[in-house]
Design a protein around this ligand. Structure first.
Ligand SMILES: Cc1cc2nc3c(=O)[nH]c(=O)nc-3n(C[C@H](O)[C@H](O)[C@H](O)COP(=O)(O)OP(=O)(O)OC[C@H]3O[C@@H](n4cnc5c(N)ncnc54)[C@H](O)[C@@H]3O)c2cc1C
Length: 390
């Protein structure tokens, strides 16, 4: 933590503006380039061993469990570029975990090694425009086995990272066995971004921003033919892999959201003590002290609950941690949203055009939907609570 904090303070935060200055801000995602400062910072972090810290498996990562890594994820949440600098960015983290756990030797060599080296990036193509995708069993795209090939067809959207010039592959989820029980119909398939039949149709804006140079793509998979060895862990295991993939990933997202909340609270307080209205600092007006106190208490509660979820995951596995993981997936993004909203408010008109606060608000709002909307997670908490009484 001390090393990550120092690197963040000395190298990452001072270079955020350089990153933005170097970013090619064009509407056409095909022209996106990676700001050179990103690769420079990655090389420095790698050299210091601050690399792949999210992976508990010592053969691949730092050997930290979820409890160890969670506070580090919080530190990285204080900068929008930090997760990538440490090669700890979504969706690569979840995709790497899938390959470590379920990948064949060949799949690991082809995709996991360059991903962990930071040479390529990746996407996770599950959500579809045509169906309510918060229910993973709804996915309609197909990956049919024909001879020694698997053939992908269907339309996906919100595939984050697909616009990144370094994106090498997608993990595609589709139906292989339509007649199997609903949790055994789907498979996950490794699909190179340049496979014939993969057509990136557009990047979807988030509150009007394309999130370049990574983007969120709508993609048509049109008769994409791949060797059957591209299926991860064998046909019919897609739902199982999807469930396993999301436990650690949610802890990472939530701890980063808590780090981001700290940054929003810092911005709120700095503004509140330095700006004067009606003869007093804003911090001494109206209910502003209550807002600051409530923000501090909410962040600290969210952190403790997330650490509890990390402990539950480490000690009891995904199924022992279901309630805690769903609980934090609701709590942390909502805390970030509330604190960022308060920070915007205290900045007055300036708050509405502050790039950092706008980005934090976009992140909070999207996180309340991505990886399962709030309602689905509340449903899980309620279901397991009620189970005690029936
Ligand atoms: C910025 C961003 C990045 C994303 N990145 C990825 C990615 O990389 N890969 C990927 O595959 N997907 C990604 N997604 C997609 C995201 O995971 C889905 O949008 C999400 O799972 C919801 O699916 P849906 O959009 O089909 O909404 P639907 O399933 O149609 O749900 C819509 C709404 O219905 C309500 N609802 C649904 N279920 C219930 C329930 N049980 N109880 C009460 N109300 C309910 C909720 O209000 C919900 O928001 C991303 C989304 C965003 C915004």
């Amino acid at each position: 933590m001390a090393q990550v904090q120092r690197f963040l303070n000395e190298r990452i935060l001072p270079n955020e503006q350089t990153y933005l200055d170097q970013l090619v801000g064009t509407e056409d995602w095909r022209e996106w380039k990676i700001p050179p400062i990103m690769e420079e910072l990655k090389a420095e972090a790698k050299e210091l061993g601050l690399w792949n810290l999210f992976l508990p498996d010592e053969g691949y990562g730092a050997g930290l469990d979820n409890r160890d890594y969670a506070p580090i994820a919080e530190i990285t949440g204080r900068s929008f570029i930090a997760p990538e600098v440490f090669n700890c960015n979504a969706p690569d983290t979840g995709n790497a975990e899938v390959l470590v756990k379920y990948g064949s030797d060949e799949q690991k060599q082809q995709w996991l090694e360059p991903l962990l080296a930071g040479e390529i990036r990746s996407g996770f193509a599950m959500t579809e425009p045509a169906v309510a995708s918060s229910d993973a069993t709804n996915m309609q795209a197909t990956c049919e086995i024909v001879g020694d090939e698997v053939v992908l067809n269907g339309q996906k959207w919100w595939t984050s990272g697909a616009g990144d010039p370094r994106c090498g592959f997608f993990i595609f989820m589709g139906v292989t066995n339509p007649d199997a029980n609903r949790h055994e119909r789907h498979s996950m398939v490794l699909c190179p971004v340049d496979a014939p039949g993969v057509k990136i149709l557009r990047m979807l804006p988030v509150f009007g921003h394309l999130d370049e140079p990574h983007g969120h793509a709508e993609i048509l998979f049109d008769d994409v033919r791949l060797p059957v060895s591209s299926i991860i862990a064998g046909p019919g295991r897609g739902f199982e892999i999807a469930q396993g993939r999301l436990g650690p990933g949610r802890i990472h997202h939530c701890m980063r959201a808590i780090g981001a909340s700290e940054r929003a609270l810092q911005r709120l307080c700095e503004r509140a003590v330095h700006r004067v209205a009606f003869g007093k600092p804003l911090s001494n007006l109206g209910g502003n002290r209550d807002i600051i106190a409530n923000s501090r208490m909410a962040i600290d509660q969210a952190r403790l609950l997330t650490m509890k979820a990390a402990w539950a995951l480490d000690t009891m596995g995904t199924f022992g941690a279901l309630v805690d993981i769903s609980a934090i997936k609701v709590i942390a993004p909502n805390v970030l949203q509330a604190v960022t909203d308060a920070a915007i408010q205290i900045h007055g008109g300036e708050g509405m055009s502050d790039p950092e606060l706008s980005r934090l608000m976009g992140m909070a709002r999207a996180l309340r939907i991505a990886d399962g909307p709030d309602e689905v997670h509340r449903g899980m908490v309620a279901r397991l609570e009620l189970k005690k009484y029936v």
